[in-house]
Structure formats: structure tokens, C-alpha cells
Design a protein around this ligand. Structure first.
Ligand code: NDP
Length: 600
């Protein structure tokens, strides 16, 4: 494919037309929360709720979230000799996203060698380049077992308040289970995508058949299990799935294989590129897994996503391929075009070529011409979450599978017996909502609690005009509190694990220093926090995808980013810039910008 032979204007016009169809004035307000709408559908289908007495004690470190963040921070604290760590999670066990998401076909699109944390520490070799969700969940359990992170954990428990106690210099924590305990330090790692959402369509509560969100998969209804057994109870069922994002791309092939009839309701098609998976060869692994290997791989991934020429591409996955393609186009520019406009045009050309390939792939796989046309994504590859699958497109060749394209409008309504789209009623036995998770909502709304810091200041007030952190991790006025998230840090969405592993190292170093010196408090100075925010705001790169893109959660539903949203950007030097800054900061060992205080 060569851009010289493409009618770029025609393609860009088509992008604009498709975007306009999908744009809605209600933005994020078009959705409703699963748990607000249906208590029973939001309940945990995997682990029975165990009655227990409320906890009223004290721990050194309490961490909200038992997903990758809680597990890695907990592990690093234990390695640093801090035994008294408590994880708190609304799920019934560890795993976070991998606890909740167990739908059939689930895998991670990031190579397991860099996505699974603590591979060296646990001595675990991933079985494949892209591993199944069940293998990731088992790895979470492995970390919890190795570091004994379940002993003090509180599961099926949601934090309701976190309040700094100025007199005793501890945090007071209350929960939905009546717990009321204190901790010297707190951490939050609640993840960006943990509040399941449903389309805000009328009649959704009137459906009399079976329905569930993909993050609450009901195997007792479908048959099968999270390890990949066939969905053997669907042979006589008409199933509808609403949504065609990264989740649906993975579970549609499984549903298509098993259901009597499958209707896939599409508002915007995903771009679906090929996935090159393979088993990991133990001999190869033994050769490369020399001390420090995972850190080298993590750094190599960042290097391959960066702006310079990488020495090599160890990972060689869908994400590094995207970056390589763009880089090659930019570096091929003649010197006189190596300016922002020239680079933007080169990026655009690389993207148009790739998307033409992806659209051609649909045509070559999907036999029905009309269906193939509707499955073509008319937007830039980084406008929406790129998907990778060799099974999604062929599923539409099965006689029991029908694509119901809604031409950007979405499904109209649900009634007692089925779904209405394009003015037509589709009678079904089961509706699977693959409608995603809240992304744009602020921390307090998503997590369900606020932090009350020194002098009663709430975190929501501190962040009223946008995020204010030091290194994305600590906030002035909220002593001994750590926020494990990607904003104002590396912002590397394609391998969120790296953010977590790096933040965990910083937290362990700060807490070890405070403990070794018997400091009661640590927080950033007001100046250090302000300077960090100022640096973040110099980032002129777009948020993940531009408002001109087809709407979706990556671009705030096409509503654009105000200053408040811009404060959620990453370091202006990109992930590499952040990681090298923070490494130098840690290596300096003088904790510049932090204030440690003794008990008065
Ligand atoms: P998404 O938010 O990406 O997708 C939700 C889907 O629901 C979209 O296709 C959306 O359409 C559709 N939708 C919403 N409202 C309606 C409506 N009224 N009618 C019809 N369709 C509707 O959620 P996912 O769960 O798919 O993915 C969330 C994220 O989780 C991913 O972006 C990724 O980061 C992560 N993930 C990663 C995986 C991996 O590594 N392989 C696998 C799965 C998820 P529209 O596009 O028009 O908004």
C-alpha cells in the first residue's frame, strides 16, 4: 500500500462523515452505570460473599485495590521489610481487572513478557506471547501467595472514607463492611476501567431474558468456563451482544461458535489487525531470562514507543509495530520536511496506509460483501483502541452470526423480548453488554470515595481545576498517601504494568526512608507539586486521541479536552522522559521535592 496511489481527500472526507454520524451532544452522559441500574447484575458471580466481623485495628500500609497495583506495591513493601500490608478490594479475591473480566476468549494484547509483573521475582515463564486471562489471573494469585498478600486483605469490601488524622499522623479508613481502622500510609490503585457501564437506552430494565455485562460473565447460563471450555449451554439460545470494542472482538468468536444465533450490534466498527501469537519456547526463555531481563524488556518497549531510533525491538508486538511504522515514515522525510507539519503529514500517511491495509483485510476475510463494508473502520488507527484478532472477522462467515450495523446510531431500545435497532425488533434469549467502562469520570466518582487530607481539604477540592500531583504519585496536603496511576507520569496506556512497577519502586524507597528515620509524615512541598504540574502542562502532544477523531472513550466521546483534562496528560518527554527522570530522582537518593517530618 502506498499513499501516492491513495485518494487521501476522499478517505479523510469519509472519516469526517462517519465521525459526524457518531457524534452526540450528551458525551459521557449517554451511559448509565451497571451498579446503579442493576444491583443483581453488578454482583460478583465468581466468589460467594463471606460474612465477617468488622476490622478495627492498625496496619502500616493500607492499599485500595488488589489488582496489579496493589499486588506489586505490596510485594515491593514486603521486600523492603514492611510486613504489615493490607489490600482492600471490592472483588472477592486478588486480580482487579483480571478478577472481574473472565469472559470467553479473553487475552491481553500486550506481550506477556512485559505485561505480567514480577516475572523474574516469581520465576514464572508465560506460556505464550499473548496469554489468556485465566493465566493472568493465576499469576496475580501467584504473586499474592509468594508475598503473603492475602493474610490481612479485605475482599468484597469498598472503602467509604479515608481521613488524615493530624494528631496521630495516621489515616482512618472506613468501609462498606463496617471496618474502621488506621494506617500509617495509604495507597490507591483502583485502575482506569473498573466501573462497568451500560448504554443509556430506554427499556433496558424491562428485558425478561438473561443479560449480563462482559465483566460479570455468567458461565452457569452459557456453559464453559474462563479456561476456554466451549459455551455448551448456548446451543439452543439466540444471543445478542451490544458493543464491538476490544472486549467484543475477543468474545464474539466464542459466542459465534456456540450460540444457535448470534446478533452483533455495532455502532462503530473496531480496527482489527492480525495477531501473531505463539507459544514461548522454554529453551529460548532460559537463554534470554538472565538477571534483570524483565526490566530490560520493559525499557526496550518504551524505547520502541519513543521518539529516537531504538537499538532493537525485543517485544515486536502490535504496539511496537505501530510505532515503528510511524517512525520509518518520519525518518524517511527529506531534511527540509523535518518540521512539525512535515512530521504530522508523515504520521498521517503512515496511518492512512495502515488503515487501508486493515480495511482490505476485512474484505479478504469476510465473504458477504455488505457485511465486510460495514466492518470497515473509517478513522485513524489511534483514534480508538486498536484491536488484534485472527478470529473476529471469520466469525461473520458463520451462518448463525449476523452483524446488525446501526450506522453510528447505536441500539434504540430494549424491550421484554429483545432489542430494537434500525427500527427493527430482534427477539433474543440473552443480551451480553460489551459496552465498556467509565473512563472520563473523575477519581471520586469512579472510586466511590474522596480523601480528606490535612485541615479537612478534600482531594476533590485539591483537584478542582485539574490534577495536582508530584510525579503523578503524591499530593501536597495528603501526607503518606500514594496514588498509583498513569496520569502526570508515564501515561503509557499500551503497557500499564510499567507505570505500576515503576511507581511501586518509588513508593518502597520513600516509605523505607521514612520508616528507617522514624519520620511520621512525608508529602511533596507545595513548590515541587506546582512545578510538576507546570511541567505536565507544557506537554503539547494530544491526549490519547484527538477530538477530531471518531468519538469514543479515548477522546472523551469527541467532546474535546479542557485544561482540567489536559492536566491528566503524561510527562512531556513521553514515557521514556518520565522513567528516566524518576530513575535519576530515585538514584540521587535525596528525595528532592519531598518534605519528611518528625512527630512533634
Ligand atoms: P469499549 O468502551 O471499548 O467498547 C464499548 C462498545 O460498546 C463500543 O463498541 C461502543 O460503541 C459500544 N456501545 C456503547 N453504547 C452503544 C449503543 N447504544 N449501541 C451500540 N453499541 C454501543 O469497551 P471494551 O470493554 O470493549 O474495552 C474497554 C477497554 O478495555 C479497551 O479499550 C482496552 O483498553 C481494555 N481491553 C483490553 C483487551 C486486551 O488487551 N485484549 C481486551 C478487552 C478490553 P462506540 O465505539 O460507538 O462507542
Amino acid at each position: 500500500m502506498n499513499t501516492a496511489t491513495l485518494n487521501k481527500d476522499a478517505i479523510k472526507n469519509k472519516y469526517a462523515v462517519e465521525r459526524a454520524k457518531r457524534l452526540r451532544s450528551d458525551g459521557n452522559a449517554q451511559y448509565q452505570r451497571l451498579e446503579d441500574k442493576f444491583d443483581d447484575l453488578a454482583a460478583d458471580p465468581y466468589t460467594p460473599l463471606k460474612p465477617r466481623d468488622p476490622v478495627k485495628d492498625h496496619v502500616t500500609f493500607a492499599f485500595v485495590g488488589a489488582g496489579f497495583s496493589g499486588l506489586v506495591v505490596g510485594a515491593r513493601l514486603k521486600e523492603a521489610g514492611i510486613e504489615d500490608v493490607r489490600l482492600i478490594d471490592k472483588g472477592g479475591d486478588v486480580g482487579g481487572t483480571w478478577y472481574w473480566n473472565r469472559y470467553p476468549g479473553l487475552r491481553c494484547d500486550t506481550a506477556a513478557m512485559i505485561y505480567l509483573p514480577l516475572l523474574e521475582e516469581t520465576g514464572y515463564m508465560p506460556s505464550e506471547r499473548y496469554v489468556k486471562g485465566s493465566e493472568i489471573l493465576a499469576h496475580c494469585e501467584r504473586i499474592a501467595d509468594q508475598y503473603n498478600l492475602r493474610d490481612k486483605a479485605l475482599f468484597h469490601t469498598e472503602v467509604t472514607s479515608l481521613e488524615w488524622q493530624e494528631g496521630s499522623k495516621v489515616w482512618r479508613i472506613t468501609t462498606t463492611r463496617g471496618d474502621d481502622f488506621t494506617a500509617n500510609y495509604i495507597g490507591m490503585g483502583t485502575g482506569p476501567l473498573h466501573v462497568a457501564k451500560l448504554p443509556g437506552i430506554p427499556g433496558i430494565e424491562t428485558f425478561k431474558g438473561k443479560s449480563f455485562h462482559t465483566s460479570r460473565w455468567d458461565y452457569s447460563y452459557t456453559g464453559g468456563n474462563k479456561d476456554g471450555a466451549p459455551l455448551d449451554k448456548l446451543g439452543d439460545k439466540r444471543v445478542a451482544i451490544i458493543g464491538t470494542g476490544a472486549t467484543a472482538v475477543q468474545c464474539v468468536p466464542e459466542l459465534a461458535r456456540s450460540a444457535r444465533k448470534l446478533f452483533v450490534f455495532q455502532r462503530t466498527p473496531s480496527s482489527v489487525d492480525e495477531r501473531v501469537n505463539h507459544p514461548i519456547d522454554p529453551e529460548w526463555f532460559a537463554e534470554i531470562a538472565t538477571p534483570g531481563w524483565q526490566k530490560r524488556w520493559l525499557d526496550n518497549f518504551v524505547e520502541n514507543q519513543g521518539r529516537g531510533i531504538p537499538s532493537e525491538d525485543l517485544i515486536d508486538d502490535g504496539w511496537t509495530a505501530i510505532a515503528r511504522r510511524i517512525r520509518e515514515k518520519v525518518f524517511a522525510l527529506p531534511p527540509e520536511q523535518l518540521n512539525p507539519e512535515g512530521m504530522k503529514a508523515a504520521f498521517e500517511d503512515a496511518d492512512l496506509e495502515k488503515m487501508e491495509q486493515i480495511r482490505a483485510r476485512v474484505e479478504s476475510v469476510v465473504e458477504d460483501k455488505e457485511t465486510a463494508e460495514k466492518l470497515k473502520a473509517w478513522y485513524g488507527q489511534l483514534c480508538k483502541r486498536p484491536c488484534f484478532s485472527n478470529e473476529y472477522l471469520p466469525a461473520f462467515n458463520l451462518p448463525n452470526t449476523t452483524l446488525v450495523d446501526t450506522d453510528g446510531k447505536g441500539v434504540e431500545a430494549v424491550d421484554e423480548t429483545g432489542i430494537i435497532a434500525n427500527g427493527k425488533h430482534y427477539e433474543v434469549d440473552c443480551i451480553v453488554f460489551a459496552s465498556g467502562f467509565e473512563f472520563g469520570a473523575n477519581f471520586q466518582l469512579k472510586s466511590g470515595f474522596d480523601l480528606k487530607g490535612r485541615g479537612g481539604e478534600m482531594l476533590s477540592e485539591h483537584w478542582e481545576d485539574g490534577l495536582r500531583t508530584f510525579h503523578g504519585l503524591q499530593m501536597r496536603g495528603f501526607p503518606n498517601a500514594f496514588m498509583v496511576q498513569m496520569h502526570q507520569a508515564a501515561n503509557i496506556a499500551s503497557n500499564i504494568t510499567h507505570n505500576i512497577v515503576d511507581h511501586a519502586a518509588t513508593i518502597a524507597q520513600i516509605v523505607s526512608h521514612a520508616e528507617a528515620n522514624a519520620f511520621a509524615e512525608v508529602e511533596p512541598s507545595a513548590e515541587a507539586e506546582a512545578a510538576w504540574v507546570e511541567l505536565i502542562l507544557t506537554n503539547t502532544g494530544s491526549m490519547i486521541s484527538s477530538p477530531d477523531c471518531t468519538p469514543g472513550f479515548w477522546n472523551n466521546e469527541g467532546q474535546g479536552w479542557d485544561k482540567k483534562f489536559k492536566s491528566a496528560q503524561g510527562h512531556p518527554g513521553g514515557a521514556g522522559g518520565f522513567f528516566s527522570h524518576i530513575k535519576n530522582w530515585r538514584d540521587a537518593g535525596n528525595f528532592e521535592g519531598l518534605v519528611f517530618r518528625n512527630r512533634e
